[in-house]
Design a protein around this ligand. Sequence first.
Ligand code: FES
Ligand SMILES: [Fe+2]
Length: 386
Amino acid sequence: MRQPDQLIFLDRLLTMVRSNTRDDAPSVSHAPVEEYFDPLRYRQEVGLFFRRYPVVVAFSDQLRKAGDFATHDATGQPILLVRGSDGVLRAFLNVCRHRSATVEGKACGSGKRAFVCPYHGWSYDLTGRLLGITDGQAFGKIDRPSHGLRPLAVAEKYGLVWVVPTALETAEQATIDIDGFLGTVQPDLAEWDLASWSLHTSVAIRPRMNWKLVVDTFLEQYHFRFAHSGSVARLFLDNIAAFEQMGPHMRVAAAKRSLTELVTRPRENWRIREHAVVLYQLFPNTVLIYGQDHCSVFTTFPVSVEESVMQLTLLVDPHERQRKPESYWKATGDLLQTALAEDFAIAENIQRNFHSGANERQTFGKFEKALGWYHHEIDRALAAEA
Ligand code: FES
Ligand SMILES: [Fe+2]
């Protein structure tokens, strides 16, 4: 985030503390509980958000060298990412063009020169081109250029890798205008620049709840005092957060307890990451939280209507990583996982309770307005498709 924006956010947070006010919406908002379990709605969401939107599936640090590869299945599509000898990162459907076997079975690896299908040995180069057909005479005059791995549109920027998980024709343009998609969030991501950061931890968690309910847990600080009383609540002022919509995305600054020390310091020395965490909700399913020396990335994917898989990835500033002992980073990851366990224990009950008939809709208070924004954006995107 640029320094002038940092000052604006810090001023907003300090004003809230001084006046004991919150960053309130003009009114309360709602979301119908059916949104979290209706199978028709779920199919529409998957078809739009997890087939046609760019979603974060990997990080540059996993794929730095030629021959580095990774697979990713959580979108529901089998994705294969590989960096070519030309340095270009490409994405494909991880599906053999012979009889649809999974071509690469490993989660990740390096030094790859070609992919060989384990079923009958058809092989593909790192650009997806069909290299070899075992006993090829049995297939007559097969048109090799049209039998390469089916490409997916991919973008790598600011340390993140996005893919649109729908197959393209072999010759189709496989790039994404990711800066256009990010819109006004782009300067922030450029400024934080995660490209050189290293991946410390990446763990998958399978909460038994709708994927949007997972995202909901990140969008207000109101619950910290209660749900996180034994963990992260001690780091933050109670429910002091400033919100901003940025197209379909949003950014949020949540005040740490040290915020009030700022009044004694010259403004030119104010740094938001020392006194607040900055959260981005990248529409539709990614949350980035920038702490002082690390960034945690939460990507949520639907498994079924009421089950999700969330990948928690801890990215660390390489200079900070050297300066601090491994035990510090382990404790950072453990604290995050503790907070998630606290959130998900409550939210899994929420998902069950949706079926009880107690509530027809969820109620979002004025300072829970980011939830209202998020559900509004989801509705708007689905309506635009109808
Ligand atoms: S399915 Fe891959 S070679 Fe037969
Ligand atoms: Fe939480």
